[in-house]
Design a protein around this ligand. Structure first.
Ligand code: ATP
Length: 295
């Protein structure tokens, strides 16, 4: 079985400027050659899922401007279904990223069109399909889509990144919640529980996965508890590690993999992504992940 994966989320154009030092207020610094790349957690996760072989549909919003094509370029190249992308009267989401020689960065993000993404713009969902969301679109739209997914028999999965408030009923209706350590700590503080997957599962009653960077990931749910180590990697750019993990997890679940197996595949794929520069550009293809898993 191969169920469709719908990703509802952000698509950005990232403009990256290598600079000798991060500019102070009022200062101008001369940088090296800048590069433009597709970004946004929604698009990044969708690219990771599509490259891993998912039947991927992306739903989001872009502007009627020259950056829209860039924001969607990696998705288009990966063969994603873009029929649920809407054009709105706002500029395409964009990020201006300065990176210094030590790898430190300074980032300004304008959500632009992403703030106008609407759950109502997502076409009907199929029973059993995975609906993957992040927190770079309005939270009330995520909440609406989570409840709609449940009503239509689909499986809502939320990556709580960046951490922010979400309607409690929607949170508890999730099939799966994915958070990194910081997001897990933020949520645990609000719920008054410990910041690990077991405690969050206990507090919310849903399956929760927490990614732990180079220490791997853990999950807890009705199906038990899983701890997956990270695959060893020579990490050169961890941007998008979490996005790769979420996208490949969704792709793997859409093939009918059990959670533990999907987590293992997600960890393998993320270890490849951190060994390459960039975010969407760094997402591995299914064959590369297969090879690492010895398949
Ligand atoms: P980011 O914000 O950098 O995109 P994140 O904070 O959302 O990432 P992490 O928990 O840091 O997410 O990483 C997600 C997964 O990526 C981890 O569970 C692990 O499998 C993999 N990973 C991250 N860093 C490394 C690393 N240095 N080596 C190998 N795997 C890694």
């Amino acid at each position: 079985v191969l169920m469709r994966v719908t990703v509802f989320g952000s698509a950005n154009a990232d403009l990256v400027f290598p600079v000798p030092e991060l500019p102070a207020a009022g200062r101008t610094v001369l940088g090296g050659a800048w590069r433009a790349a597709p970004g946004g957690k929604g698009a990044n996760q969708a690219v990771a899922a599509a490259r891993d072989g998912a039947a991927l549909r992306f739903a989001g919003a872009v502007g009627r401007d020259f950056l829209a094509g860039l924001a969607l370029s990696a998705l288009r190249d990966a063969g994603a279904d873009l029929s649920a992308v809407v054009e709105v009267e706002a500029p395409t989401g964009a990020a201006a990223i300065c990176v210094d020689p030590q790898g430190r960065n300074q980032i300004a993000v304008s959500p632009g069109a992403n703030a106008l993404a609407r759950a109502a713009g997502v076409p009907p969902l199929a029973p059993g399909e995975i609906v993957l969301m992040q927190m770079e679109v309005p939270p009330e739209e995520n909440a609406a889509l989570i409840l709609r997914a449940r009503a239509e028999g689909a499986l809502p999965v939320l990556n709580l990144a960046p951490a922010g408030p979400l309607d409690p009923a929607a949170l508890r209706a999730l099939h799966l919640l994915v958070a990194n350590e910081h997001e897990a700590a933020w949520l645990a503080a609000r719920l008054g529980c410990a910041a690990d997957a077991v405690a969050l599962h206990g507090a919310l009653g849903i399956t929760v996965a927490v990614t732990l960077g180079e220490r791997g990931a853990e999950a807890a749910g009705a199906g038990g508890r899983h701890t997956i180590p990270a695959f060893p990697a020579r990490a050169i750019d961890t941007t998008g590690a979490g996005d790769c993990w979420c996208g490949v997890l969704a792709a793997s679940l859409s093939c009918g993999a059990p959670l533990e197996g999907a987590m293992r595949r997600a960890s393998a794929a993320a270890s490849i992504a951190v060994s390459r520069p960039g975010a969407a550009d760094a997402m591995p293809r299914a064959e590369e992940t297969d090879r690492l898993l010895g398949g």
